[in-house]
Design a protein around this ligand. Structure first.
Ligand code: ADP
Length: 160
């Protein structure tokens, strides 16, 4: 059985993330979307909210599960019995950090492979942060978010 872990903040999940998960779900028997508690990032949504949104948005994919993670992704990947970590590459600007991360993870656990995937072109320039930024100023981001996620983003912004 092939199993991959796709870690990230998913604050919130966008169509870019979803596009990657759908591609990965066709390549692996199982995909685990690992939602990280990231102490260095101030998030709009709590981990529980991010998990709930990702579960709902990805509910149509039977071989995908969503799990919150604290600690090292390589340890989690091993505990899950997965052999690969998936990351998305949008532009060259992602490369330097992703290269560092993949090299560090390989150093920590040489048996776990980091694999990179690119999204469909229409999602190649979006990130959760950019979408939140545009939404904050009432820009239309409906083409990048699931309607439920869009609604929740609007609620958060209204409450601020
Ligand atoms: P992190 O804080 O780990 O970067 P993100 O949720 O921002 O968490 O991203 C998780 C992963 O998904 C990263 O590998 C990132 O490059 C990738 N990703 C984010 N947005 C997109 C997108 N639009 N297309 C493809 N990959 C993406």
């Amino acid at each position: 059985m092939t199993k991959a872990v796709y870690p990230g903040s998913f604050d919130p999940i966008t169509h870019g993330h979803c596009d990657l998960v759908e591609r990965a779900a066709r390549q692996f028997d199982q995909v685990v979307v690992a939602i990280a508690h990231n102490i260095n990032k101030q998030t709009m949504f709590t981990v529980d909210e991010r998990v709930e949104l990702a579960e709902k948005v990805l509910a149509h994919l039977p071989n995908v599960t969503v799990i919150p993670v604290t600690g090292l992704i390589v340890d989690f990947t091993e505990q899950q019995g997965a052999t690969a970590i998936l990351r998305g590459l949008r532009a060259v600007s992602d490369f330097e950090f992703e290269f560092q991360l993949a090299s560090m993870n390989r150093n920590l656990k040489p048996d776990i492979e980091t694999l990179f995937m690119t999204p469909a072109e229409q999602y190649a320039y979006i990130s959760s942060s950019l979408v939140k930024e545009v939404a904050r100023f009432n820009g239309d981001v409906s083409m990048f978010l699931h309607p439920l996620v869009l609604e929740r983003v609007k609620q958060k912004l209204a409450a601020q």
